[in-house]
Design a protein around this ligand. Structure first.
Ligand code: GCB
Length: 608
């Protein structure tokens, strides 16, 4: 459930972790009513006994693993299973099954018994499964997961399922339907992050919340520990360790404040050469001294983020976002977790000199976010609320799912120093008076969950048409002058963009950030003078944006280029093998524009 803790599985004196990643059995249910799996109870036996299976890597999206278009474009229940044994040492421990992400609906069985369900991708969900582990010491346990990627007008993100009209004179294959997406990106599906088992003692630490403040040179660390079971308040002890492992602060009880004199603050990379980026402390919680006490170590950083007038302050210093928009995916594994790709993408960001990124248009993996904390990137953390295009999408049911998505994301990422912003949506329908109550509710709700961070949405409307932007802490606008509008008309970019930026700044008097600007670019297409889709056009386009940004500096507090790398989309005539606005290809090689952005970001000096 949304309110229970989602602490990342970590080993300690009291906790073990067993990854269930690997090759699982897999089958799509493409039976006529897409319901054979439930009718025939595939969860009661091994999937290999009820039909054909193929090997499927976990974690990975399943779509691009095979050569079968029915699997790539499948809509419905995809079935997975695997078997595992447990050490008999685990007999007296609490055993939790955690799935870090499954797109979109998931039902999970252990040894034929349903143990949990979850709605919404890109967020972990977990359940205690001791009572289902009937064969703890002498038999394999079977784990079955059914995942359904169907998007409806009320899911986050929304989509529609369309059937041909019953009396259509135009022929269709039997049982034919289509899934229409309301987002640019391909709807990758499956179990795309780790699946793990971990143990805790029977009485355990369920959740920890840390907020920080700075007074002069002293770091103020407020902590709150939630435990479950028989743990007297007075038994809880808390220590803060610095990077070298020395104890620099101590406390006791389930909540309190610890002061750290001369604290090492958490700073962003590529911002000010005097500051060491990404400094992390560890909060170490013990629930007692006994052998059955629980121990959990949570990394955290000490930093503040504030809006003052039109400026953003990180640790009371003015901050400018040298940002990149990222749509985190890659060939073959789709949105599947891949350590090599995480490090590669961070290396690309370091190489271009970025100091921040946006997780467009869904929450990235916890392993990815750990790197942001450690390397010092500020993160605009976004829920998958992309494509809330119509007032129909803004229903009570959507709001419920949207609130769930917000609370789960905040539960997962609330202790990350890298996260400065909760992005509640990308390009939603906010230009209608009827939209206002919906966005008031989602923004107020988000603020009630975490008043310590900023809140916004990525806006594609105009300063004089948007009806909700006054609700946000800082304004993010997606702009495509010279691409989607005024296509190819480079000379219009500077005057029209400058006018636009000035109007936004003057109308709202809040910090203003460009959250997307970019041009589709096919690597190796060269044209002088430039034309759309050539590498030269991307450079001409970007340099006009950059000149405008520089001439609007007082009104602008950052820029997030769209986007870091090319990515897969649904098929359309505006996309040639996916979205090509990357400054790097999908294979992570630079287009010419990457060198330009690198030059800009590495020589940009307004805060150093
Ligand atoms: C947008 C969307 C993003 C798209 C991008 C594009 O405005 O926010 O999801 O990928 O434009 O390239 O069209």
């Amino acid at each position: 459930s949304a309110w229970a803790g989602l602490l990342y599985p970590r080993t300690s004196q009291s906790r073990e972790v067993q990854l269930l990643d690997g090759m699982w059995n897999f089958r799509i249910d493409d039976s006529p009513n897409r319901n054979a799996g439930f009718e025939q109870r595939w969860y009661e036996r091994s999937l290999s006994e009820t039909g054909q299976v193929i090997p499927m890597p976990v974690p990975s999206s399943y779509n691009d693993i095979t050569e079968d278009g029915r699997i790539r474009d499948f809509v419905g229940w995809a079935w997975y299973d695997t078997e595992f044994f447990l050490s008999s040492d685990w007999a007296n421990k609490r055993v939790v099954l955690r799935i870090d992400s499954a797109q979109y609906n998931a039902i999970v069985w252990v040894n034929s018994k349903q143990v949990m369900t979850h709605q919404g991708g890109h967020i972990p969900f977990q359940a205690e499964i001791n009572q289902y582990l009937t064969v703890l010491s002498d038999g394999p346990n079977r784990l079955t997961v059914a995942v359904n990627n169907t998007l409806t007008p009320h899911t986050i993100p929304p989509g529609t399922i369309d059937w041909p009209a019953k009396d259509s004179p135009i022929p269709y294959p039997p049982n034919y339907f289509t899934q229409t997406l309301q987002m640019d990106s391909f709807n990758y599906a499956g179990i795309d992050r780790h699946v793990s088992l971990y143990t805790t003692p029977k009485s355990y630490i369920d959740d920890i919340t840390i907020t920080t403040n700075i007074v002069d040179t002293t770091g103020i660390v407020n902590y709150r520990v939630v435990t479950v079971g028989d743990i007297p308040q007075g038994d809880i002890t808390v220590r803060i360790l610095n990077k070298t492992g020395a104890i620099v602060g101590q406390g006791g009880g389930s909540s309190g404040t610890i002061q750290i004199p001369n604290a090492n603050l958490w700073w962003a990379i590529n911002t000010n050469s005097l500051h060491q980026p990404g400094y992390l402390y560890t909060l170490e919680v013990h629930t007692g001294q006994d052998v059955d006490a629980d121990v959990y170590r949570l990394p955290f950083g000490i930093r503040t983020i504030k809006v003052v007038g039109r400026k953003i302050l990180l640790n009371n210093e003015e901050f400018y976002f040298k940002g990149v928009g990222i749509h985190n995916e890659a060939e073959i594994r789709g949105r599947g977790l891949d350590y090599a790709m995480i490090v590669k993408d961070f290396n690309l960001m370091r190489w271009v000199g970025a100091n921040s990124f946006r997780t467009a248009v869904f929450p990235f993996s916890e392993e990815w976010m750990d790197q942001a904390d450690q390397q010092g990137f500020l993160v605009a953390d976004e829920v998958p609320a992309v494509g809330l295009n119509s007032l129909d999408n803004l229903s009570n049911q959507t709001l419920q799912n949207h609130m769930n998505a917000m609370s789960e994301l905040i539960q997962r990422d609330k202790n990350r120093p890298s996260v400065f912003l909760w992005s509640v949506a990308n390009e939603p329908r906010t230009d209608r008076p009827e939209s206002l109550p919906y966005f008031q509710k989602i923004i107020n709700f988000t603020r009630s969950l975490d008043p310590s961070r900023l809140i916004s949405f990525m806006c594609n409307h105009d300063f004089n048409t948007d009806k909700c932007v006054h609700l946000v802490d800082l304004i993010f606008i997606n702009r495509y002058i010279g691409w989607y509008t005024q296509t190819g008309l480079l000379d219009l970019i500077q005057p029209q963009l400058k006018y636009d930026l000035d109007q936004w700044a003057e109308t709202f008097n809040k910090p203003l950030v460009i959250s997307e600007y970019g041009a589709g670019t096919m690597p190796e297409i060269h044209r002088v003078p430039s034309t759309v889709f050539s590498e030269e056009y991307q450079i001409d386009f970007l340099s006009r944006y950059h000149r405008t940004f520089d001439s609007a500096l007082g009104n602008l507090t950052g820029e997030f280029i769209w986007c870091l790398t090319d990515f897969n989309t649904y098929q359309s005539i505006t996309r040639v093998n996916g979205n090509k606005k990357g400054i790097f290809t999908r294979e992570r090689q630079p287009k010419m524009s990457a060198f330009n952005l690198r030059h800009r970001y590495l020589t940009f000096n307004n805060t150093d």
